[in-house]
Design a protein around this ligand. Structure first.
Ligand code: SAH
Ligand code: SF4
Ligand code: F3S
Length: 450
């Protein structure tokens, strides 16, 4: 540990807020940090109340995400000044903390604590140290996992995240995750099953298993047999009280036939697969070090659709990777047209410090990237709308997640992860039989069946 800065001692904080900026795993970490602070006797600041401790749980994946933390810090300081309140303790957690470490308090003096994604179980100590005016930086990646040092799960909503795998060994040339999250590690079988049971007891009806490469998960079951993610999913399928299982994010290279088969016969496993391909040109995929080709990806999609014909496919795309020609980009559009997505995320390539792609020749001009992103998103949006429209008339079940804006309206998710609006007396956490009656680009409407 080193000193970001020393300051005058202050009272231990009583209230906290945690704001997560990143992927689902980052959101999961945010929930665990909140639980940890709660277990210390702190309470979450109410809406609009100024917290004594603000945790900014950051994301480093693209420049825009990484820079956001600095504007947020500025705003927090300004708000405190304007309200004549003392500046809260500010903790920067997450992947920016890991990537930038001690540079953060050098750049933003208001920051008191820096804590990486593998070290946040030490947050209570860091908070105590910072309040005492002492060192408060921890970006270690200890061999012993943080999970064992976290408190029990507390009450959750009907849908819950459960991290089962962390880190990445794939080293795609554009990506910071192998550096910010470290090497690929699977949490042990027993720990995952126990946490799943705790989440169900705490109110979860749906669990999404998380990992940067979740389908690379591997572990030994209680009999000592080696299991993959499919085995873990089958074990969760047997847990009473759980209605739905999802997982994300998967890498094409770890998409085993056993996992594909689970989509055919595990009833609770939802018909949805997020399987990023990133680009449709093999030349670009090679430069990205993706280790799959468009052909191998298409073969996987074929097998997945054979196992589960109604599966909703999702993915991630990067446009404007260094060297991407108009022809390469056209190949991405062609692949998207061939696959047909229910939804997808697409991004302009963002050069990240320390990654191989950042220093490659032929970086693409911003206006070219903008134009390509617009064309890709127009196509993906049309596909999403068409997917939604094709579900009209189907009878299915919706898990109610929250109240809608209109009186009597509730919002939930279909098995295909579509947002569903419906009028119903059902409560949050209920499963409701519906007929899908209308479709928009981003959501569908359901009619509750008696
Ligand atoms: N492990 C997952 C995704 C991790 S990051 C996978 O391998 O697919 C989520 C998404 O962010 C990636 O799929 C990619 O599309 C995007 N991304 C990652 N690095 C990026 C960069 N430097 N610029 C733009 N998008 C990036
Ligand atoms: Fe990043 Fe590639 Fe690993 Fe995904 S597989 S986290 S894109 S390095
Ligand atoms: Fe961002 Fe870290 Fe997730 S960089 S995408 S928060 S793993």
């Amino acid at each position: 540990m080193s000193t970001p800065q020393t300051s005058t001692p202050r009272a231990q904080p009583q209230t906290y807020s945690v704001k997560s900026f990143g992927c689902q795993m980052n959101v999961y970490d945010g929930e665990r940090m909140a639980e940890l602070l709660g277990a210390q006797g702190m309470r979450a600041a109410a809406e609009g109340e100024a917290a004594d401790l603000v945790v900014l749980n950051t994301c480093h994946i693209r420049e825009k995400a990484a820079e956001k933390v600095y504007s947020d810090i500025g705003r927090i300081v300004k708000n405190a000044n304007e309200a004549s309140l003392p500046k809260p303790l500010i903790a920067v957690a997450g992947c920016v903390a890991q990537a930038e470490g001690a540079e953060i308090p050098n750049r933003a003096k208001a920051v008191d604590i820096v804590v990486g994604p593998q070290a946040y179980h030490n947050l209570p100590q860091l908070v105590a140290d910072a309040a005492a005016g002492k060192n408060a930086l921890d970006t270690d990646m200890p061999a012993a996992s943080k999970f064992g040092a976290l408190p029990a799960r507390r009450k959750v909503g009907p849908t819950a995240f459960l991290t089962v795998q962390e880190g990445c060994d794939k080293f795609c040339t554009y990506c910071v995750v192998p550096y910010t999250r470290g090497a690929e590690v699977s949490r042990p079988w027993g720990d995952v099953v126990d946490e799943a049971k705790a989440l169900i007891d705490a109110g979860a009806r749906e669990i999404t298993l998380l990992g940067q490469n979740v389908n690379a998960w591997e572990g030994e079951d209680e009999k000592g047999a080696v299991q993959g993610l499919d085995g873990l999913i089958r074990a969760l399928d047997r847990l009473p009280g759980l209605e739905r299982i999802r997982y994300t994010t998967s890498h094409p290279n770890d998409m085993t036939q056993a996992l594909i088969d689970a989509h055919a016969d595990v009833e609770k496993l939802m018909p949805f697969l997020h399987l990023p391909v990133q680009a449709g040109s093999d030349r670009i995929l090679k430069a990205m070090n993706r280790s799959h080709t468009t052909e191998s990806y298409l073969r996987i999609i074929e097998r997945v659709r054979a196992a589960r014909p109604d599966i909703a496919l999702s993915g991630d795309f990067i446009v404007g990777f260094p060297g991407e020609t108009e022809e390469d980009f056209a190949a991405t559009l062609a692949l998207v047209s061939q696959v047909n997505h229910a939804q997808a995320f697409s991004f302009k390539y963002s050069p990240r410090p320390g990654t191989p792609a950042a220093t490659m020749a032929d970086q693409i001009a911003a206006d070219v990237m903008d134009e390509r992103l617009q064309r890709l998103q127009a196509l993906l949006n049309r596909q999403q709308h068409a997917f939604n429209a094709a579900t009209v008339g189907r009878r299915t079940r919706v898990l109610i997640e929250r109240a809608g804006k209109l009186p009597g309206q509730m919002l939930g998710k279909s098995p295909w992860l579509q947002s569903v609006h419906l009028q119903t007396e059902a409560k949050i956490g209920d499963m409701v039989d519906v007929e899908i009656v209308a479709a928009g680009p981003n959501s569908i409407s359901g009619l509750a069946l008696a």
